[in-house]
Design a protein around this ligand. Structure first.
Ligand code: NAD
Length: 371
């Protein structure tokens, strides 16, 4: 991997200067690989894929949409026409494994219900494609481990769709929190939730793997981890679910959970399917950094209290939004050999904690996470 970087950097320069005879053609091949756009197949043409992901390829520098996979011929026709995807690059699920034979497809973006993430990620890797898989990575630790093993065996990248890591305000919050801008962090509160509409796969445990925690509470968990840069030692969780509400026949509604980190930071987190929340606050010894909304598609707002003064903090508009940056990040990793900042291991880390949260709320005790 490092050698490819050398080819792209020092090697290319030396070859261009005529200092390395016989090296120029390899260097040129590597450069043109870096210049070309990585081709994505999007799998599952539901809300998130069609409304948020596919429209954002236009803002990408290194990524392009080249293929679609759907079980609905009318969607393949509609979006295929809209995005100029030829019929040869439109696939049903039955044809999924033949993605292997299409050299235009470098990476596969899995935007399916959670219980299908592992199967399609593994089959994508076996078809020789890099994988970008939506959050939650899967529905269990065992599935996450199988996905990581399959991508490793195939020599392919695996990235999880934690888009907030590419959003400028969240990146700034990480820098400020970890850098002690308001003093060493003492507490984090992170709250995510929305009142869920009935009649969707998210409320069917067989497809979702769980309720609010898998879907939206994961943003509170992931934020607590990225704002601290630490892995929790212990978690405790309490559930509140009205089982007479038909929405919650198989999945949980609300969870409050507390994470204890090695430096002593405590994160108090909320996950809800019956109330609206989107924010976090990092409280240090000299003030706080608040984000609300924090992990929305647009409109992040940051306020900082430092030494008694409360003021908004604004950033100039970003050249690429979080969706385009996320797509380009995997492309850049493919082109340079780097590992995604939100790799399979990152998804696995969240899933380990989610399983511990579920255990804690059932067994009504603290669960250690160090083993
Ligand atoms: P959705 O219901 O709108 O889309 C899911 C798609 O999967 C549909 O097109 C559906 O036809 C298809 N599908 C294929 N097989 C299916 C099956 N057996 N059962 C049900 N549907 C099947 O859902 P969505 O909101 O687009 O979510 C898809 C994934 O994206 C989920 O993993 C979700 O967590 C994730 N997501 C992420 C974000 C984010 O901000 N990162 C936002 C929304 C959704």
């Amino acid at each position: 991997m490092g050698s490819r970087r050398e080819i792209l950097g020092i090697g290319a320069g030396m070859a261009a200067a005529g200092l390395m005879p016989g090296f120029a053609s390899r260097a040129f091949a590597a450069e043109s690989r870096r210049d070309r756009k990585i081709g994505y197949a999007v799998v599952g043409l539901g809300y998130y894929a069609t409304r948020q992901i596919m429209p954002n390829f236009t803002g990408c520098e290194h990524s392009r949409l080249v293929a679609l996979v759907s079980g609905t011929p009318a969607k393949l026709e509609q979006y295929g026409t809209q995005y100029g995807i030829p019929k040869t690059h439109r696939y049903s699920y039955a044809q999924f494994d033949s993605l292997r034979d299409n050299p235009d497809i470098d990476a596969v973006y899995i935007v399916l219900p959670n219980s299908l993430h592992a199967e399609y990620s593994i089959r994508a890797a076996q078809a020789g494609k890099h994988v970008l898989c939506e959050k939650p990575m899967a529905t269990s630790v065992a599935e996450c481990q199988a996905m990581i093993a399959a991508c490793r065996k195939a020599g392919k990248k695996l990235m999880i769709g934690y888009r907030s890591r590419f959003e400028p305000y969240n990146r700034l919050a990480i820098e400020l929190a970890r850098g002690g801008h308001v003093g060493p962090t003492r507490f984090i509160t992170a709250e995510h939730g929305f009142p869920i509409q009935p009649g969707q796969w998210r409320l069917d445990k067989a497809l979702s793997g769980g309720g609010s925690m898998m879907d939206i509470g994961i943003y509170s968990l992931n934020a607590a981890r990225y704002l601290t840069g630490e892995e929790p030692l212990e978690v405790s969780a309490v559930e509140s679910t009205d089982r007479s509400d038909p929405r919650f026949a198989t999945v949980e509604d609300r969870i409050g959970f507390v994470l204890h980190f090695p430096s002593g930071i405590q994160a108090n987190c909320i996950s809800s399917y019956s109330s609206a929340h989107n924010g976090y606050r990092v409280t240090g010894t000299q003030g706080w950094i608040a984000m609300e909304p924090a992990t929305s598609y647009t409109g992040q707002a940051m306020t900082i209290r430092k030494d008694g003064v409360i003021a908004p903090r604004t950033l100039p508009p970003a050249a690429r939004n979080q969706f385009a940056s996320q797509l380009d990040h995997l492309a850049e990793c493919v082109l340079t050999g780097a590992t995604p900042i939100v790799s399979g291991e990152e998804g696995l880390a969240d899933m380990r904690i989610i399983e511990a949260i579920y255990r804690s709320m059932v067994e009504r005790r603290h669960i250690g996470l160090t083993a």
